[in-house]
Write a protein that binds this ligand. Structure first.
Ligand code: KG4
Ligand code: ZN
Length: 323
């Protein structure tokens, strides 16, 4: 089966072609540079970018895969969640293709696709979706989501924890905005945290919702406010910026790590599969790898190219949903 995946839920226009789980091509065009001066994604700009780029991106994905549109058996597209205008562009394009070619269309949940992305592994003949053994705890940490699921099959994801306010990536973005570091915040905050030399001198930002040992939800609005107050009272130097980035990242990684381990212990499912842009964070990856090794939990992390929004994960999940 040959599947064309289309992803336009936020600020990346992406298309991918996969053949029975094997990635033949994955094309991504991002409008992130257009949003950076605003400190966050502007939906109207993202939507217009998708309109302009969807056709060339799909065309390139087909060319790279060495396939024509006539060879596609299935179109998989992100159905929700996402920015309404952005989803509309990918959805309309996918529906048009499916109708014109007379092939089925499947709408895929974006958060579920992020989790499935960690099963796309590098093999000599190219990346492939490895055999997925259920159940596992799936979690997505991105600009739009911070959610934990019990995953029993590709169709059965039960939400057991989520954020009560900001998503974790959104918190990185807002902290970067407060510190005037541009958008997206994650990579620059990570870089600044690495540059901070006095690692024993931590600003001590709050770790919300950790007291109740049963609680699997997240809250990042308090830490964002704490960062803002700290910054306003500080000398606003580069040293202070680095200290805040380091202390913020430490606090966030503590929270997410603790909640994920808690989910494993609460459910007794000792397998953890993660996805989303925040999983790019090297500090987070290393800390979680070490913790899971210590607790004998099997951990699946996506390869870097599949952490952020991409259509390969959409195509891979779409294909499994119809099989
Ligand atoms: O998955 P993604 O590309 O889009 C959504 O579905 O939201 O995630 C984007 C988010 C942004 O908030 C960005 O700041 C964050 O992922 N991010 C990171 C890193 N790289 C990207 N957060 C922390 N550390 C990083 N290295
Ligand atoms: Zn995403």
């Amino acid at each position: 089966m040959i599947t064309l995946g289309i992803e336009t839920s936020c600020d990346e226009t992406s298309a991918a072609v996969i053949a029975s789980g094997r990635v033949l091509s994955s094309e991504i065009s991002s409008s992130v540079h257009l949003h950076s001066r605003y400190g966050g994604v502007i939906p109207e700009i993202a939507c217009r970018f998708h309109v302009e780029y969807i056709f060339p991106v799909v065309k390139k994905a087909l060319e790279d895969a060495g396939r024509t549109i006539n060879e596609i058996d299935l179109v998989a597209v992100t159905g929700q969640p996402g920015l309404p205008g952005s989803l509309l562009v990918g959805g309309a394009f996918a529906r048009g293709l499916s109708f014109a070619r007379g092939v089925p269309l499947i709408e895929v949940n974006h958060a579920h696709a992020h989790i499935v992305s960690c099963f796309l592994k590098k093999k000599e003949e190219g990346d492939i979706l490895i055999e997925v053994v259920f159940p596992f705890i799936g979690a997505v940490a991105s600009g739009g989501h911070t959610s934990i699921y019990v995953c029993k099959s590709f169709r059965d994801f039960t939400l057991i924890g989520s954020t009560r306010d900001d998503a974790v990536g959104e918190a990185f973005d807002k902290v970067a905005k407060i510190l005037e570091l541009g958008y997206p915040g994650g990579p620059v905050v990570e870089e600044r945290a690495l540059d901070y030399v006095d690692k024993h001198d931590d600003a001590g930002f709050p770790r919300a919702l950790l007291e109740d040992k049963d609680d699997l939800d997240f809250s990042f609005s308090g830490i964002k406010t704490a960062v803002m107050r700290y910054w306003q009272k500080s000398g606003k130097t580069d040293f202070e910026r680095n200290k805040i980035c380091f202390s913020f990242q430490e606090a966030v990684v503590d929270i997410v790590e603790e909640k994920l381990i808690r989910a494993v212990k609460k459910t007794g499912i000792r397998k953890l599969a993660l996805g989303g842009g925040v999983i790019n964070n090297q500090n987070f990856r290393e800390r979680l790898l070490a913790r899971c090794e210590k607790e004998t939990i099997e951990l699946f992390l996506p390869r870097r190219e599949y952490c952020s929004d991409n259509a390969a994960m959409v195509a891979a999940l779409g294909e499994r949903l119809v099989c």
